[in-house]
Design a protein around this ligand. Sequence first.
Ligand SMILES: [Zn+2]
Ligand SMILES: [Zn+2]
Length: 363
Amino acid sequence: MSKDYYDILGVSKTASADEIKTAFRKKAHEHHPDKGGNAEKFKELNEAYQVLGNTEKRQRYDQFGSAAFNQGGGGANWGGFGGQGFGGFQNGNMNFDMDDLGDIFGGFGDIFGFGGGRQGAKRAARGRDMEMNLNLDFMAAAFGTEKEISFAKNMVCGHCQGNGAEPGAKIETCGHCHGTGRVASVQRTILGNIQTQSPCPSCGGEGKTISQKCTKCGGTGVYRDQVKIKVRVPAGINDGESIRLSGQGEAGQKGASAGDLYLRINVAPHKKFKREGYDIKTEETISIQQAILGDKIDVETIHGALKLKIPEGTQSGTIFKLRDKGVTKLHNRGIGDQYVKISVKIPSGLNKKQKTLLEELGI
Ligand SMILES: [Zn+2]
Ligand SMILES: [Zn+2]
């Protein structure tokens, strides 16, 4: 029989992800067995949230109902989620890997007290991504530039080449976990007994022990230092965009790959030029005579000054397009244009003679 997960969480079928999360949290607190709630009900809530709290699973559920998740008689068959690395779950007594808890129970580690389940993972952690602001002036963003930036980050320790062992130290198989890096323990939870595999406390999940840790990095394989790098900023980058520098983030522990560095671009405004995408917008003021009789005026572009022909009878608010006078598009996909908006200055405070002459013109 298909279960109505929306009903269980008390949300509508169109509820947003946030609404679902909020509803789950509220209900989970209400029905928490530690607070005298109903364990079955709590289990059901969990089941519903596992599905509705995940965009992909929610879609599948909306399409096929809870049958898509292979409900067995004795509760969820977690293996049925397929392709998500939940294979560690078995019916009845659950048996899973602490590493996966971070993913599965990610949103509510506080309830289960599993927070920090990811610590001491067997696989060395990839370095953290970093984010920094990069301030550019208007022209540098339009034409590209090279910038030197300096910041502190974790780098691969040169003393141990990142393996964490003092040169010459002996590296041996851990006697505690016999090299598997894992130890089993049974945890009693509201969902029944859960056998967990946690990282071996003796070797930190490495499966190996080192007779002497690297004296420079303390065995982590990384150390923090100030670095300077040159960044090539491409022509056409705009305010709010980012540059990703692959592998320029923090070094991973013990030889794991480095994170990426993201540079968030802030472009300072220009007093003359306004940018809209790859186009430039400017304004020019002309006199009433120039508007009526026509003229050639000097116009600034980011590529230098040029003459713009003002035809006879130009109205205030007219926009002239200067083809290819904008910003070079990223990846050399052409170039933007400049748009010059004309405003006509209407004179005020005319003397009597001027007024009479103007009236005589009859325009
Ligand atoms: Zn070291
Ligand atoms: Zn061990």
